[in-house]
Ligand binder design. Structure first.
Ligand code: HEC
Ligand code: HEC
Ligand code: HEC
Ligand code: HEC
Ligand code: HEC
Ligand code: HEC
Ligand code: HEC
Ligand code: HEC
Ligand code: HEC
Ligand code: HEC
Length: 466
C-alpha cells in the first residue's frame, strides 16, 4: 500500500470515531497503540498517541506536517537565530541546492516512525549531508581542506540550526578569557530575588485563613506555609484552595491550572519540555469511555515508568506536576534544585553529580559560606534563570521550567550558563567530551575543539597584514 493510502485509511478511522460505533469496534476499544507504524523519536515518544498533533489532516501531506512542526518549534528556532531557515531555500539563488536536498521541509531531515535511520536529535540523515551543499568549502576556507565529510557538526564546530555560541565573531570575542579557572575568578551573576508574574488581587494576612474547609486543619501545613513567599505575599489558603470564579467552592487538591493563574511563564515553559509536554493544551489521546466507545481524553501527566532515560524504580508511579519539586505548602530550594531530580533520574551523569566540583561549590553556597550564585546545582544548568518581559510587559528574571530548552545540541548551554563562570574555549572543550559529561564535569577536558585556534590564527594573520 502507498504511504498516502495508509495515512488516509488511518485518518478516516480516527475521524469516524467521533460518532462511530463501528470504528470503536475496529479500534479495539479505542487503543491506538497498534496503529503506530514504527517507534517514534525520543523527542516525541511521550505524545506518540496524539496522532493528530502532527497529522492535522490526512491529505495535506508535507505542508500540513510542516505547519504542525512549526506550530510547536517555530518560536524556538527563531530565538536560536536558525542558520538555515526556510527563507534561505525559497530564495531562487539556492535552487540548485534545494534540488540536492529539499531543506525547505522539516521532514526531509526529521522523519518520524523510522527507528532504523534515526540518529540523535531525531535526525534521519546520514552524517555527511552538509557536503551536499557545502562541498566547495575548502576554497573559501583553507583551514577546512581535508576535513572528514561527516565532521562538520560532530566536532563542536557547527550545528545546522543553532550556531549562536559557534559563530566566528563570537569565538573571536571570547578568545583567551579565563581558560583555566581558579575558583576566585568565578564571575558572579547577581540575580534579583526570584520574581513572578503573580499579582494577587487582594493581599491577605496570615490571620485571615479563610478557605472554608481548610481552616488550620493541619498545624504542619500551616507552619510550612507560613515560612514561604506565599504567606509573605498574602497568598492564603484560599489563594489556592478556592475557585476564583466561585469562591464558595473549595478545591481540595489544586493542580497546575491553579498555579498557572499566578505563574504563567513557569507553566508555559514547563509544558514545552519533557517534564510537562504531555500537559500541553490541545493534546488528546484515545481511551475507552464508559460506554465502551472510542473517546478523546486529555493526556495524563508524564510518569518515570514511561521514560526512555534511566529512572529510579521507586519513582515509577510519580506523576510530574508543580508539586513534585515544590512542596504543596513548603518551599525547599535544595529539594527543588537537586534532591527532587535525584529522586527520579538514575543515569551515570546524575549519579556522578554529588561527587563533582560543581556540587562541592553548591554545598559551600548552601551553607552560607559563599555568595549566592557561586554554586552549581542541577537547576543551574537545566532550569536556568532567564531575563524576559513578563505578561505585564515588565523586565523580570524567572526560572525557565523547560529543561530541554538548552539541552541539545549542548552548545546551547554555553551562553546562558557556562560562560557566567568559565572561558569559551574551556567550555566548548568540556561539552565536546562525552566522558566528562558522563562524570558530571569532574576533571579537565580531554578533547579540543580546533575552530577557536583557526580563528586565532586568522586574527594573527590579519594583524600582520595591517
Ligand atoms: C510528532 C509527530 C507525529 C506523531 C505524534 C505521529 N506521527 Fe505519523 N508521521 C509523522 C511524520 C513526520 C511522518 C512522515 C514520515 C516520513 O516522511 O518518513 C509520519 C508518517 C506517518 C504515516 C505514513 C507512513 C509512512 O511510512 O510514511 C502513517 C500511517 C502515520 N504517520 C501514522 C501515525 C499514527 C497512527 C499516529 C498516532 C498513533 C502517528 N502517526 C503519530 C509524524 C508524527
Ligand atoms: C505538539 C507539539 C509538537 C509537535 C507537533 C512537534 N514537536 Fe517536535 N518536540 C516537541 C517536544 C515537546 C519535544 C521535546 C522537547 C525538546 O526536545 O525540545 C520535541 C522534540 C523534537 C526534536 C528532538 C530534539 C532532541 O533534542 O532530541 C526534534 C528534532 C523535533 N521535535 C522536530 C519536530 C518536527 C520535524 C516536527 C514535525 C514533523 C515536530 N517536531 C512536531 C513538540 C512537538
Ligand atoms: C537539512 C536538514 C534539516 C532540516 C531541513 C531541518 N532540520 Fe532540524 N535538525 C537538523 C540537524 C542536523 C539537527 C541536529 C542539531 C543541529 O545540527 O542543529 C537538528 C535539530 C533540530 C532540533 C533540536 C535541536 C534544536 O536546535 O532545537 C529541532 C527542535 C529541530 N531540528 C526542528 C526542526 C524543524 C521544526 C524543522 C523545519 C522547520 C527542521 N528542524 C528542519 C537538520 C535539519
Ligand atoms: C540544502 C543545502 C544545505 C545544507 C544541507 C547545509 N547548508 Fe549550510 N548553508 C546553506 C546555504 C544556502 C547557506 C547560505 C550561505 C551560502 O549561500 O553559502 C548556508 C550557510 C551556512 C553557514 C554560514 C553561516 C550563516 O549563518 O550564514 C554555515 C556555517 C553552514 N551553512 C554550515 C552548514 C553545516 C555544518 C551543515 C550540516 C550540518 C549545513 N550547513 C548544511 C545550505 C545548506
Ligand atoms: C500555593 C498553593 C497552596 C496554598 C497557598 C495552600 N495550599 Fe493546601 N494544597 C495545595 C496543593 C497543590 C495540594 C495538593 C497536594 C497533593 O496533591 O499532593 C494541597 C493540599 C492540601 C490539603 C490536603 C492534604 C492532604 O495531604 O490530604 C490540605 C488539608 C490543605 N492543602 C490545607 C491548606 C491550608 C490550611 C492552607 C493555608 C494555611 C493551604 N492548604 C494553602 C496548594 C496550596
Ligand atoms: C494567587 C497567586 C498565586 C498562586 C495561585 C500560586 N502562587 Fe506561587 N507565588 C505567588 C507569589 C505572589 C509569590 C512570591 C513572589 C515573589 O516573592 O516575588 C510566589 C512564589 C512562589 C515560589 C517561590 C517560593 C519562594 O519561597 O521563593 C514558588 C516555588 C511558587 N510560588 C510555586 C507555586 C506553586 C507550585 C503553585 C500551585 C500549587 C503556586 N505557586 C500558586 C503567587 C501565587
Ligand atoms: C523538575 C522540578 C520542578 C518542577 C516540576 C516545577 N518546578 Fe518550579 N522551580 C524548580 C526549581 C529548581 C526552581 C528554583 C531554581 C532556582 O532557584 O534557581 C523553581 C522555581 C520556581 C518558582 C520561583 C522562581 C520564579 O521563576 O519566579 C516558581 C514561581 C515556580 N518554580 C513555579 C512552578 C510551577 C507553577 C510549576 C508547575 C507548572 C513548577 N514550578 C514545576 C523546579 C521545578
Ligand atoms: C518525578 C520524577 C522526576 C523529577 C522529580 C525530575 N525529573 Fe527530569 N525527567 C523525568 C521524566 C519522566 C523525564 C522524561 C524522560 C523521557 O521522556 O524519556 C525527564 C526528563 C528530563 C530531562 C530531559 C532528558 C532528555 O534526554 O531529553 C532532563 C534534562 C531532566 N529531566 C532533568 C531534571 C532535573 C534537573 C530535575 C530537577 C530540577 C528533574 N529532572 C526532576 C522525571 C523526573
Ligand atoms: C554543569 C552543568 C550541568 C549540571 C550541574 C548537571 N547537568 Fe545534566 N546535563 C548537562 C549537559 C551538558 C548534558 C548533556 C546534553 C547532551 O549533550 O546531550 C546533560 C544531560 C542530562 C540529562 C540527559 C541524559 C540523557 O541521557 O539524555 C539528564 C537527565 C540530566 N542531565 C540530569 C541532570 C541532573 C538530575 C543533574 C543534577 C543531579 C544534572 N543533570 C546536573 C549539564 C549539567
Ligand atoms: C556558577 C558558576 C559555574 C557555572 C555556571 C559552571 N561552572 Fe564549571 N565550575 C565552577 C567552579 C566553581 C568549579 C570548580 C573549580 C575548581 O575547583 O577549581 C567548576 C569546575 C568545572 C570543571 C572541572 C574542572 C576541573 O579541573 O576539575 C569543568 C569541566 C566545568 N566546570 C565545566 C562546566 C561547564 C561545561 C559548564 C556549563 C554547562 C559549567 N562548568 C558551568 C563554576 C561554574
Amino acid at each position: 500500500m502507498s504511504r498516502t493510502k495508509i495515512l488516509w485509511i488511518v485518518w478516516v478511522l480516527l475521524t469516524l470515531t467521533a460518532g462511530g460505533y463501528a470504528a470503536a469496534v475496529i479500534l479495539e476499544g479505542g487503543n491506538r497503540d497498534f496503529l503506530l507504524i514504527g517507534r517514534t523519536t525520543d523527542g516525541h515518544h511521550q505524545i506518540e498517541l496524539s496522532c493528530d498533533a502532527c497529522h492535522t489532516s490526512a491529505f495535506g501531506g508535507e505542508d500540513d506536517l510542516q505547519k504542525a512542526c512549526v506550530n510547536c518549534h517555530g518560536a524556538e528556532l527563531k530565538t536560536a537565530n536558525d542558520s538555515h531557515p526556510k527563507s534561505k531555500f525559497t530564495n531562487p539563488r539556492n535552487a540548485d541546492r534545494v534540488a540536492k536536498l529539499d531543506a525547505r521541509y522539516c521532514v526531509t531531515c526529521h522523519r518520524e516512525h523510522k527507528p532504523d535511520i534515526t540518529n540523535a536529535m531525531a535526525v534521519t540523515m546520514p552524517d555527511d549531508y552538509c557536503f551536499l551543499c557545502h562541498e566547495d568549502i575548502a576554497k573559501d576556507r583553507p583551514s577546512h581542506a581535508g576535513l572528514p565529510f561527516d565532521g562538520c557538526a560532530a566536532a563542536g564546530c557547527h550545528n545546522f540550526h543553532d550556531n549562536r555560541a559557534l559563530y566566528e565573531d563570537f569565538l573571536e570575542k571570547h578568545i583567551g578569557a579565563d581558560q583555566h579557572l581558579p575558583v576566585q575568578k568565578v564571575a558572579l551573576k547577581i540575580w534579583t530575588a526570584p520574581e513572578t508574574d503573580a499579582k494577587p488581587a487582594k493581599p491577605l494576612t496570615a490571620a485571615a485563613m479563610d478557605a472554608p474547609s481548610y481552616k488550620a486543619e493541619d498545624p504542619k501545613i500551616v507552619t510550612a506555609w507560613a515560612k514561604t513567599a506565599h504567606a509573605a505575599s498574602g497568598v492564603n489558603c484560599s489563594g489556592c484552595h478556592t475557585k476564583r470564579t466561585d469562591p464558595d467552592n473549595g478545591i481540595e487538591r489544586p493542580g497546575m491550572a491553579v498555579c498557572a493563574a499566578c505563574h504563567k511563564d513557569q507553566q508555559a515553559t514547563f509544558v514545552e519540555g519533557k517534564h510537562g509536554m504531555r500537559l500541553r493544551e490541545g493534546l488528546f489521546v484515545s481511551a475507552k469511555s464508559s460506554f465502551g466507545l472510542f473517546d478523546a481524553t486529555p493526556m495524563t501527566p508524564m510518569t518515570p515508568d514511561a521514560a526512555r532515560v534511566p529512572m529510579k524504580a521507586d519513582a515509577h508511579g510519580t506523576a510530574i506536576g508543580c508539586e513534585t519539586c515544590h512542596g504543596a505548602h513548603g518551599y525547599d530550594a535544595a529539594k527543588a534544585q537537586v534532591d527532587a531530580c535525584m529522586g527520579c533520574h538514575d543515569d551515570a551523569h546524575t549519579k556522578a553529580y554529588p561527587d563533582s566540583p560543581h556540587a562541592a561549590a553548591w554545598q559551600v553556597e548552601a551553607q552560607g559560606l559563599a555568595p549566592k550564585g557561586t554554586g552549581v546545582s542541577c537547576a543551574t544548568c537545566h532550569l536556568p534563570r532567564v531575563q524576559h518581559k513578563n505578561s505585564y510587559g515588565e523586565e523580570r528574571v524567572f526560572v525557565t521550567h523547560n529543561q530541554n530548552d538548552n539541552l541539545r545540541p549542548n552548545e546551547k548551554m554555553v551562553r546562558g550558563v557556562c560562560l557566567d563562570c568559565h572561558g569559551l574555549e574551556f567550555t566548548l572543550d568540556a561539552l565536546a567530551d562525552p566522558a566528562l559529561i558522563a562524570n558530571n564535569f569532574k576533571g579537565q577536558p580531554s578533547r579540543h575543539v580546533e575552530s577557536i585556534d583557526w580563528v586565532a590564527a586568522r586574527l594573527k594573520k590579519r594583524g600582520k597584514a595591517q
